[in-house]
Design a protein around this ligand. Structure first.
Ligand SMILES: *[C@@H]1O[C@H](CO)[C@@H](O)[C@H](O)[C@H]1NC(C)=O
Ligand SMILES: *[C@@H]1O[C@H](CO)[C@@H](O)[C@H](O)[C@H]1NC(C)=O
Ligand SMILES: *[C@@H]1O[C@H](CO)[C@@H](O)[C@H](O)[C@H]1NC(C)=O
Ligand SMILES: *[C@@H]1O[C@H](CO)[C@@H](O)[C@H](O)[C@H]1NC(C)=O
Ligand SMILES: *[C@@H]1O[C@H](CO)[C@@H](O)[C@H](O)[C@H]1NC(C)=O
Ligand SMILES: *[C@@H]1O[C@H](CO)[C@@H](O)[C@H](O)[C@H]1NC(C)=O
Ligand SMILES: *[C@@H]1O[C@H](CO)[C@@H](O)[C@H](O)[C@H]1NC(C)=O
Ligand SMILES: *[C@@H]1O[C@H](CO)[C@@H](O)[C@H](O)[C@H]1NC(C)=O
Ligand SMILES: *[C@@H]1O[C@H](CO)[C@@H](O)[C@H](O)[C@H]1NC(C)=O
Ligand SMILES: *[C@@H]1O[C@H](CO)[C@@H](O)[C@H](O)[C@H]1NC(C)=O
Length: 735
């Protein structure tokens, strides 16, 4: 419990709470005391949420920022995505949805402060935790530890980013008030943690903002912050008051959750989220961020291993940008109350008092019912019990739902109850078809013409990332094989990795696949039975393997590297497929698909192959490209931010979809299997059992045109019903 000693510091109190609108454009000072971050020496309640710029597009940013502002946020937080900005050594990209300064400008325009979590390790279910794959090639490197090679590249990256965002720092009148170094640093890295601390407090002291380190080891010069489902109930606050009584309490990640291919959608109860946020502010927290506030989408190839294209859907704003009710409004109400009372709350430390509860026969004093009071102006009454019960406070008998917070003003008028929101309508949205199938498809088969991209030849199969640099998720392995005793149950055995698929073809014919889509990393051994009975012994055939990476795990640790494709040996019916003498038996490696190489999903590239208009030949046919055009004349609502356009992928199997040359990401109609045991973490339920993990795929408005849109699909496994593919619009009628 916090000591009931009021600080002797007299703090100047301004209108509640300060927002970026109050300071924009002029240099201002950011610091902190034990209670809060201070802006021009005024303690400031920071009501924050995570919004990641590459998980949306520039045309969406103003809408998202405005929704955040309306819902009651005054701060947003984002990671900085190194492998987005530096796809290759020495190459920087800040265009399109990598336009970090454009994003910061939109936050500023909406009057929002920014917490910039630079990392550079960021986890975030982002491929390789944001670390560029080309760093694997740096001699002697070991990630996220006291390693000279790592510290050199990390320091340089941080300096480059600080230089790039410099005009957005508070001291230059910009919205950035907090920055983060590292992320969830594991135990045993004390030397590296202090190096991080020294970097920000010495070399980067010119930034003049507080630096945080979250949920793990932290340096003395930084503020250690909480990532959790509930930082009061899990004991974090108690530990913080012991360990860092001079620093404010900051909750950087109140966890939503994300979806994994093959799993159903996990949900977190509105009441549980509301309870955790209210408890946090009640107990003296002065910065809170939803992780995510808006999850958005893993467009392109940036999802971490096994993670679906939509990201963190059950948070305040759905992945397609529509409000997630009743969560959006229930938490909005809380945030407006906290903002309104922030002046009083921040002028003191909270006082916690236990209150009696009724056990059915008598009043008892326990430890799970208590009130946080602020100058008799606002009371947060809390019950941590798992059952509904009565509590007694100021002569009132109050019925408390399990795990709930009620907020009363000084006159004991109820302002808010975390467990009560039945007045908020939860489902005012409709899905309206805007382009119905079948589209005028034409098809082209990936492997039908002689490969023309540069090939890398080697006696043995080579690891995939070393060749692709993860610039594509695909790699073709090809080799001539002479079959000894082909049978209906020939076995291919291959040393590969988790979150990887390998599709096997003999003489152009698809025979089967290895497929693992776990959200993890590490080696895997594939055994796949291939029916080779149609092939003849002692005859030479072309054996082809398409390797598909389902992303790199977002956990990156010292002394480990992630690999994809074939990173060991491969045997066909016990024959090791390595022949280092006969060159015609060498392996050839092709980086990416031929269709990618030719850019056939773009206007310019489309004509480089001969499309076949008899698209029904592409039904159930693996490695088939589909292309069609569509108009958007039938929109009933023109605002495609508030009423998003989605691809209805029902009828497809697995692959990539492109709209006007933009990579929407991986689609996969894999069913979600519900588990009997409790879902992970703060999730309470799984929905959509035995339905696709993700059926609808968000298309950003700036990637669409009124007419003549080009849609291109690479279907790797074979689409059962491509004629069903269409576009829909989600119409939000009222929120
Ligand atoms: C980033 O966005 C800003 C503001 O919208 C724009 O002025 C700038 O040109 C963009 N930068 C790049 C590299 O596209
Ligand atoms: C890598 O480590 C080896 C062994 O410690 C050392 O000889 C070599 O100089 C190092 N290379 C670089 C580039 O630091
Ligand atoms: C805001 O707080 C003041 C007390 O500081 C209170 O009188 C007023 O009713 C509150 N308004 C809302 C909307 O909660
Ligand atoms: C509960 O605590 C109050 C003081 O806060 C005290 O008056 C009362 O006797 C206690 N009740 C029990 C059952 O211990
Ligand atoms: C509670 O009730 C008692 C007896 O009616 C009264 O003396 C006391 O002032 C009341 N306390 C509060 C906080 O209203
Ligand atoms: C869209 O409009 C066109 C012409 O107005 C019509 O032929 C078509 O059926 C409409 N599509 C949908 C999905 O309503
Ligand atoms: C990557 O390939 C190069 C040769 O192309 C090789 O020297 C190097 O060892 C490979 N690195 C890894 C990590 O496999
Ligand atoms: C070639 O293969 C033979 C037999 O597998 C092996 O003994 C030899 O070391 C290999 N040579 C090279 C250069 O890899
Ligand atoms: C397979 O062998 C043929 C000759 O039989 C050769 O032309 C071809 O290049 C070989 N394929 C590969 C991938 O090496
Ligand atoms: C497409 O081709 C035209 C004409 O050759 C060229 O001007 C344009 O830059 C190309 N666009 C892209 C995106 O490559």
């Amino acid at each position: 419990m916090r000591l009931i000693v009021l600080t002797s510091i007299l703090i100047c109190i301004a209108a509640n709470p300060i927002t970026y609108d109050d300071v924009r454009g002029v240099p201002y000072k950011v610091s902190y005391d034990h209670r809060a971050i201070t802006i021009n020496d005024v303690r400031t309640m920071l009501i924050s949420g995570a919004i990641h710029y590459p998980r949306s597009t520039p045309a969406m940013w103003p809408y998202i920022m405005q929704m955040a502002k309306n819902q009651g946020l005054n701060t947003i937080q984002t990671y900085v995505f190194w492998n987005l900005h530096q796809p290759r050594r020495g190459v920087w990209d800040f265009t399109g949805r990598a336009n970090l300064s454009g994003f910061l400008q939109e936050a500023a325009n909406a009057g929002l402060f920014v917490n910039l979590r630079i990392g550079p390790y960021i986890s975030g279910e982002w491929t390789n935790g944001g670390i560029p794959v080309w760093l694997n090639q740096v001699p002697n490197i070991s990630f996220r530890t006291d390693n000279a090679a790592w510290k050199t590249v990390m320091r340089q990256f941080i300096l480059n980013i600080i230089d790039y965002i410099s005009s957005y720092l508070a001291k230059n009148g910009g919205p950035i008030i907090i920055a983060q170094i590292e992320n969830e640093l594991m135990d045993g890295q004390d030397a590296y943690a202090s190096w991080c601390g020294d970097l920000v407090s010495n070399e980067l002291s010119f930034t003049e903002i507080p630096w945080i380190m979250c949920n793990g080891l932290s340096a003395k010069s930084t503020i250690e912050t909480c990532n959790s489902c509930n930082c009061l109930d899990d004991g974090w606050i108690a530990r913080h008051l012991q360990a860092s009584p001079d620093k404010p309490m900051m909750f950087t990640e109140n966890e939503g959750w994300f979806q994994i291919w093959g799993q159903p959608i996990s949900l977190r109860r509105t009441s549980d989220l509301a309870y955790s946020v209210a408890e946090w502010y009640a107990a003296g927290g002065s910065y809170h961020a939803y992780y995510m506030w808006f999850g958005g989408n893993n467009y392109g190839r940036f999802a971490a291993s096994g993670v679906s294209t939509l990201y963190a859907d059950d948070v305040c704003l759905h992945a397609d940008g529509t409000p997630n009710e009743p969560k959006f409004t229930q938490l909005s109400r809380l945030q407006h109350i906290v903002a309104n009372y922030s002046k009083i709350m921040l002028s003191q430390d909270p006082v916690r008092t236990a209150i009696p509860y009724w056990d059915g026969y008598k009043w008892l004093n326990g430890t799970s019912q208590f009130v946080y009071s602020y100058s008799n102006s606002i009371y947060f009454i809390i019950s941590q019990a798992t059952t509904t019960l009565y509590v007694l406070f100021r002569n009132q008998t109050i019925l408390m739902a399990q795990h709930s917070v009620r907020i009363y003003d000084g006159d004991m008028d109820l302002l808010w109850n975390s467990a009560s929101y039945s007045d908020i309508s939860s489902g005012n949205t409709q899905i309206i078809p805007v382009v119905t199938g079948p589209l005028n498809w034409q098809i082209w088969s990936e492997s039908l013409i002689k490969p023309s991209p540069p090939l890398i030849i080697s006696p043995n199969p080579l690891e995939q990332l070393n060749i692709t640099n993860d610039e594509t998720v695909y790699m073709w392995y090809r080799r001539n094989v002479t079959l000894k005793q082909p049978s209906s149950n020939s076995i291919v055995r291959v040393q590969t990795n988790v979150a990887n698929a390998l599709l096997f073809f003999m003489d152009g014919e698809y025979l089967g696949e290895f497929d693992d889509h776990t959200h993890s990393q590490g080696a895997a051994e594939g055994y796949v039975v291939l029916d080779l009975s149609r092939f003849h012994s002692n005859q030479q055939y072309l054996f082809e393997i398409l390797s598909i990476s389902f992303g790199l795990f977002s956990g990156v640790y010292p002394n480990t590297f992630q690999y994809k494709g074939i990173d060991g040996n491969i045997w066909l019916d016990d024959d090791l497929l390595v022949d280092n003498k006969t060159e015609t038996n060498f392996w050839s490696h092709q980086k990416g698909l031929l269709g990618e190489y030719l850019g056939i999903y773009t206007e310019n590239g489309s004509s480089k192959v001969n499309w076949d208009s008899q698209w029904t030949k592409g039904i159930n046919k693996p490695i088939t490209w589909f292309q069609a055009r569509f108009d958007l004349n039938n929109l009933s609502q023109q605002d495609m931010n508030a009423n998003p356009i989605l691809l209805d992928a029902q009828g497809l199997n697995r692959g990539h979809v492109y709209i006007n040359g933009n990579d929407i990401g991986l689609y996969w109609l894999i069913q979600g299997i519900c588990e009997n045991n409790q879902p992970c973490c703060c999730q309470h339920a799984q929905t959509n059992c035995l339905k696709p993990t993700q059926r609808f795929y968000h298309i950003p408005p700036d990637w669409l045109k009124r007419e003549n849109n080009l849609i291109t699909i690479f279907e790797d496994s074979g689409a059962p019903s491509p004629g069903s593919v269409g576009l829909v619009q989600r119409i939000v009628t009222n929120s």
